[in-house]
Design a protein around this ligand. Structure first.
Ligand code: AMP
Length: 605
């Protein structure tokens, strides 16, 4: 977890819609429950008196309260306030909330606090739809458990080394966070002992449904001890998830957090797919065609911020840099210049731009992809401030394309694919800007009256001397103002067209590939719509169909049930996938590792 959010961030962006069981009676029972006997004997209780502040009063150990303070958490977010009392009592819970609301801590903190010492077997299982989320949740657990260095948290997901996961499970783990396919494999092989599980969390349940993992999830649920706490978090509540919740949760508390103000709704989000070697040229075009107000460009490293700023300056832009090497006083001056419009473009690293609040930022460009969705949310939050509209544009190379959907999920908003602006668009924008500047100058009175008179005389004299019309004279003045360089961009744009056309082709293929192949009548894809592929893992690698389905579904965006017949042989396997796999997905699958071996997928003759 890389970023910190202040309480203010949470409180103005979220609204607690309903907390079914927040009655005063239950608050009483919480107070009653906050006694040392209820928690592990070694845990010291931070506070159980009236008038709690921050994280005190929920029955958390002082150790945990200290860790949270060190992380910079001042106040629980709305979802945490509602969830902590329920979960500390061991109740089941259904929460409707998105990423960014603090939902991970909402379940992780109480579950950590309720762990039994020296239990010997895994006590908590969290199921998450993707390996990115699984890793993120596992990292959060580790961070919150900083006061308990002996506590073991393990993330298990497809595409990662199976054997090392088995070794870790054997050595003893307290919390397992995993994707359904891989968790199921470990359960089937007997390498994950679930008999000691006390709590289960389904995180982003609707996403697991969307990705076709719901059957796997139900299979897992059926195998687990019946007497356990269960928590379900989902951004939306489709009927399948409601059914699941009714069937497996016992009188759950229900919490709904609706993101209101400050959500990225005012921010138009787009992405451009392009080869890394073209990024700088594309950036210059985007800056010309899109921006009018302040711009922040996010780059991954200090070195990139500097080289970007140099290239943009050379192209005639006013640029300032904000990175970790810039001393504090200079940073403040830079932000002030940006605020006043003295400089229009800021090139920054994530750390340096943290918390930056400048109203006139109209565009955020993610020149380099952010490290995770949290960083993305933070970056785009620099625009659309104070109720204004904002725009965010993300550059991704073909291999990074797959991150777009996880970012969409995190912000709960679709991102539109965008073309690299061609010469016509750039030129239209140049002319528009000239129009605007001319309008401003024409409407303003020059301050120096005497000078104005002299200039007028000069124009009159010239028109007579050279027998020019007023229009011809005005044009000559414009040329003088524009300078010797051509106003219009005439650079080679064949690469722009090529890149844009390729992207359009790919996204057409991709949407056909991912969605329209499903037969109306059966959930299985029809045989004739399938193509056979060979992958270089087989029995000798101990691969099981579930490993292949999980890993491929995760990587390609295909639903698990759209993956057809799988035949496993000694050294390789054959797998049927829908026809028309886009090239970039194919490339990713080639390098994808299952059972620690690259799939090296190829079409089977
Ligand atoms: P999540 O919704 O779980 O993805 O969390 C969003 C972000 O908020 C993460 O960076 C957390 O570390 C952070 N966070 C969670 N709870 C708090 C809190 N009470 N105060 C400040 N930051 C928090």
């Amino acid at each position: 977890m890389s970023q910190r959010k202040s309480h203010e961030d949470f409180s103005c962006s979220e609204e607690l819609i309903a907390n079914e069981s927040n009655s005063s009676k239950e608050k009483e029972s919480l107070k009653a429950s906050v006694s040392p006997e209820d928690l592990s004997s070694q845990k010291e209780i931070s506070n159980s008196a009236e008038g709690f502040e921050g994280f005190e009063g929920f029955g958390f150990s002082t150790n945990l309260v200290k860790t949270l303070a060190e992380k910079g958490y001042k106040e629980p977010s709305p979802i945490q306030k509602a969830a902590f009392p329920e979960l500390m009592l061991g109740r089941d819970l259904v929460g409707q909330a998105q990423t960014g609301t603090g939902k991970t801590a909402a379940f992780a903190l109480p579950l950590l606090e309720r762990l039994e010492d020296n239990h010997g077997k895994p006590q908590v299982l969290v199921l998450a739809p993707t390996r990115e989320l699984a890793m993120q949740v596992a990292d959060s657990f580790r961070a919150y458990a900083a006061g308990h260095p002996h506590l073991k948290v393990l993330a298990v997901y497809g595409g990662a080394d199976f054997r090392s996961q088995i070794t870790s499970l054997r050595r003893g783990v307290d919390v397992v966070v995993g994707t359904p396919g891989r968790v199921m494999d470990h359960m089937r092989q007997g390498t994950f002992n679930t008999s000691g599980l006390r709590s289960l969390v389904l995180d982003e349940a609707d996403e697991m449904l969307r990705m076709g993992f719901i059957d796997d999830v139900e299979w897992i649920l059926e195998q687990l001890p019946k007497d356990r706490q269960m928590i379900l978090f989902s951004a939306t509540m489709p009927s399948e998830i409601r059914r699941l919740s009714k069937r497996y949760l016992h009188e759950p508390a229900e919490i709904t957090i609706r993101t209101t103000k400050q959500s990225p709704r005012l921010i138009r989000q787009r992405f451009i797919t392009l080869h890394s070697s073209r990024k700088i040229e594309a950036l210059k075009r985007v800056l010309e065609a899109v921006s009018d107000e302040g711009v922040i460009i996010f780059a991954r490293t200090k070195v990139i911020t500097i080289s970007l700023a140099e290239s943009l300056e050379a192209a005639g832009h006013d640029v300032a840099v904000l990175n970790g090497d810039v001393p504090q006083t200079q940073r403040e001056r830079t932000v002030e210049r940006l605020r006043k419009g003295k400089v229009n473009i800021l090139v920054a690293t994530d750390v340096a731009a943290r918390g930056l609040d400048v109203e006139r930022i109209g565009l955020v460009i993610n020149y380099d992809i952010p490290s995770d969705s949290e960083a993305y949310i933070h970056r785009i939050g620099r625009t659309g401030r104070a109720g204004r509209n904002g725009e965010a544009i993300l550059f991704v190379n073909p291999r990074e394309r797959r991150f777009v959907s996880s970012l969409e999920r995190a912000v709960g908003q679709q991102m539109e694919p965008m073309d690299i602006p061609n010469n016509t668009e750039v030129n239209k924008s140049r002319l528009d800007r000239l129009h605007k500047r001319l309008t401003t100058v024409a409407m303003e009175e020059r301050k120096n009256k005497e000078e104005t008179e002299l200039l007028q005389n000069l124009l009159t004299r010239l028109t007579t001397e050279l027998s020019l019309s007023h229009e011809q004279m005005a044009l000559a003045s414009l040329s003088l103002a524009i300078g010797p360089e051509s106003l219009l961009l005439e650079a080679d744009e064949s690469w722009v067209d090529e890149s844009n056309n390729r992207n359009r082709r790919n996204s057409r293929q991709e949407s056909q590939f991912v969605s329209s192949r499903r037969s109306e009548r059966s959930s299985r894809v029809m045989e004739e719509d399938m193509e056979r592929f060979r992958v270089e893992v087989g029995h000798r690698d101990r691969v099981k169909p579930g490993n292949l389905v999980g890993a491929i579904a995760n990587e390609s965006g295909l639903k698990g049930r759209m993956i057809g017949r799988i035949q496993i042989f000694e050294s390789y396997s054959l797998i049927d996938l829908p026809k028309g796999m886009p090239k970039d997905i194919f490339e990713c699958l080639k390098r994808l590792k299952v059972m620690n071996k690259e799939l090296r997928i190829q079409r089977s003759p």
